[in-house]
Design a protein around this ligand. Structure first.
Ligand code: ATP
Ligand code: MG
Length: 377
């Protein structure tokens, strides 16, 4: 799928923008604070129904404006679709349209434009605590697997209930009667979650290892290893086996849970470890290495999505080139072949597969030119 055009009115620092994109690599060029990331944010909004830098929709509306209007033409396998979202100041709910037809919920728009975004905050996937890594997995898997989204939702609901049981059982001893039932169901949904995550991580590890190796000129080996509940010896085993392992862990931790008043066992504490040449990336990785690894994860995420759905998501790369040495920058730009890519940059650069350059200054388009790549046309 490809973004053909984007029209913005009153979005972030854009009063009005009409931009066109080509199928290959689109460079979005401008000085700091001109609106490059804002443009990507508008596309992410039309793709996911949310801004990626804020939860507060109001912040997306241009200061002093009454509403923000975002519209994009997306070329799909069969036809071009138009997605539109209008956000209002105050309490008035947003309006969503697909091909001019008003839709009640974002579900009707979702899937028309799929994107894989790399932004500097993604470095936290590799640098911060386990929660960021779980969110990365959950986000990718929820887009790909409706079964995962359902299992995760159920698991979280059950976990919330169970948290109350283990916290308040002293005042309400009858809670202990229902606890085994909650534990059993948590293990059932938990086993499903672990199976999905283990499969996804296996693919992700294989692909990102190859990307990272090429990125580093063959010098670095990236490895991802899934860390889940300790009694699960093989997270790729049949689900019943995982479920049994979870129940066993559950049993040995019951007393500790009741004493601590917390849920201590289950995949809500999952993590994956990232190693580079056998040592922890989090502890020892350089800035460039962390960035290279994060980009490798994103390129792999895009490949998995394409293999699964047959559609290549649009790759949105924000500030991706900084901190990379010339070799890694060249490799990345050459890797961008295939599929549409929008990449923000502060300095003009030439590269053989450049499709078009969009110049942005102070929330407006100041120029647009076709690049050197004939294929992109
Ligand atoms: P950099 O190269 O530094 O990353 P950028 O081109 O990506 O810069 P953006 O993050 O897109 O810059 O933001 C540019 C400007 O948008 C900021 O100066 C910010 O003040 C402004 N801005 C953000 N939200 C709004 C809004 N709701 N209304 C008006 N301006 C806004
Ligand atoms: Mg930016």
């Amino acid at each position: 799928m490809e973004i053909e055009a984007l029209r913005l009115r009153g979005f972030r620092n854009y009063e009005a923008l009409d931009a066109a994109f080509v199928p290959g690599v689109n460079l979005i060029l401008g000085d700091n604070a001109q609106g490059k990331t804002n443009l990507l944010e508008a596309l992410v909004y039309l793709s996911t129904g949310r801004g990626f830098r804020t939860r507060r929709e109001q912040e997306l509306i241009r200061f002093g404006a009454d509403f923000a209007d975002l519209e994009a033409d997306i070329a799909g396998a069969e036809r071009t679709h138009t997605l539109r979202a209008v956000l209002f100041q105050g309490r008035r709910p947003r309006q969503l349209y697909k091909n001019g037809v008003k839709e009640k919920s974002f579900a009707a728009l979702s899937g028309t434009l799929t994107t894989v975004l790399f932004c500097p905050e993604d470095l936290l996937i590799l640098k911060a605590g386990a929660e960021k890594r779980r969110r990365f997995l959950d986000f990718a898997l929820c887009q790909l697997r409706p079964g995962y989204e359902k299992a995760l939702g159920e698991y979280q609901r059950l976990l919330e209930h169970k948290s109350r049981l283990v916290k308040d059982w002293r005042e309400r001893p009858e809670y202990l009667d229902v606890l085994p039932d909650f534990n059993l169901r948590l293990c059932q949904f938990g086993a499903a979650i672990i199976a999905y995550r283990a499969n996804y991580l296996e693919k992700l590890s294989r692909l990102s290892e190859a990307y990272h190796r090429d990125f580093s000129g063959g010098k670095e080996t990236l490895r991802l290893s899934y860390r889940t509940v300790s009694t699960v010896e093989n997270p790729l085993a049949p689900r019943l086996e995982i479920e049994r392992a979870l129940l066993a862990h559950q049993e040995t931790h019951l007393r500790a849970e009741l004493e601590a008043g917390q849920c201590l066992t289950g995949p809500h504490r999952d993590d994956f470890e990232v190693e580079l040449n056998g040592v922890s990336l989090k502890s020892f990785g350089s800035q460039g290495q962390v960035r290279t690894a994060a980009i490798s994860l994103k390129l792999s995420e895009r490949d998995i999505f394409r293999d699964d759905t047959g559609e290549m998501p649009v790759l949105l790369l924000d500030d991706v080139l900084s901190e990379l040495d010339a070799g890694r920058q060249d490799y990345l730009i050459n890797q961008l072949r295939g599929g549409q890519v929008l990449i923000t940059c502060c300095e003009s650069r030439t590269c053989p597969n450049l499709g078009a350059v969009l110049h942005i200054a102070a929330g407006a388009k100041t120029g647009w030119e076709l690049g050197t790549c004939k294929e992109a046309l």
